[in-house]
Design a protein around this ligand. Structure first.
Ligand SMILES: [Zn+2]
Length: 285
């Protein structure tokens, strides 16, 4: 903006109503937060083509506050977020506030309020930032590693494509046990406290999901400790990983009760995570 026009702009600012001034201040503030965020993203990027790995990049204009590059080797373009879970995530001016709120273990709803985004956005962001954290994570889980799964019943309530009536917190599924109404959440933690979590998908946990999610996140020399779910046993056998089942689930009510007690002991990180995400969750027997 020319300096003459800028002076006029400042003079006009005196005529703004209180509401307009507040809006202007919020706008300027979020712009500078966006600039800070973009600068941070640029400085932490290792400057390599996400498509072919080449480091021969040429500057190729700007888009949404980030430098675009064109790869000399494969001719495709990219920026610092291409190929990461944060690519195409909007409202960058709100990311730092949101991340700060996540680090303070706020719930999805509270984080949404603090960052000024819709709760559905907050839910999506939480998963994307967690994915990004794994993306950046150095080294897999090692040593004694506990894994456990739980099932979130109400996640559909948070999604855009809601195809049924919302259910009250802590409601029950229409079908008994674990069905396609549940999202399976897998949590694994080693003794150093390093924790990973995955939404493995709908319906009960299967071996293929463990191969996809858990295998890349763990060292092959771990001792995997679980509740003895069949999927873990198959996973451990196929992957050549040592496995200790805390509770080979027995038959009858006694067996189920014991399984539940053991499961409760194992699933502390799962419970903490469920509380954090602010969701009603249920753990079917
Ligand atoms: Zn390339």
């Amino acid at each position: 903006m020319e300096s003459r026009k800028f002076r006029q702009f400042i003079e006009q600012a005196a005529t703004l109503t209180l509401r307009q001034r507040t809006d202007l201040a919020a706008c300027l503030n979020s712009t500078s937060l966006r600039e800070q965020t973009c600068a941070l993203i640029e400085t932490t990027w290792r400057q390599a083509c996400p498509h072919c790995g080449s480091r021969r990049l040429q500057r190729h204009g700007q888009a949404h506050g980030l430098q675009r590059h064109r790869c000399v080797a494969c001719a495709r373009s990219c920026n610092a977020l291409t190929g990461t879970p944060l690519a195409r995530l909007r409202h960058r001016g709100k990311w730092l506030t949101y991340l700060d709120s996540m680090l303070h273990s706020n719930t999805v709803r509270r984080a949404a309020a603090l960052a000024g985004v819709h709760k559905n956005t907050s839910f999506r962001w939480r998963h994307r930032f967690l994915m990004q954290a794994r993306h950046d994570r150095v080294g897999p889980l090692s040593g004694i590693t506990e894994a456990d799964e739980t099932y979130l019943l109400e996640s559909q309530k948070e999604s855009r494509n809601m195809d049924r009536q919302p259910r009250r917190r802590g409601g029950s599924a229409r079908r008994r046990g674990i069905s396609r109404e549940h999202d399976c959440i897998l949590v694994a933690r080693d003794r150093s406290g390093r924790t990973v979590d995955f939404v493995t998908g709908r319906a009960p946990l299967r071996h293929a999901q463990l191969q996809r999610c858990l295998r890349p996140a763990v060292d092959s020399a771990i001792l995997l400790v679980t509740d003895g779910h069949a999927a873990y046993r198959v996973f451990a056998r196929v992957s050549g990983i040592a496995h200790h089942a805390l509770n080979p689930v027995g038959r009858g009510a006694g067996g189920r009760r014991a399984a539940r007690a053991k499961r409760q002991r194992l699933s502390q990180p799962v419970q903490a995570m469920a509380a954090w995400s602010g969701n009603a969750w249920t753990m079917p027997e």
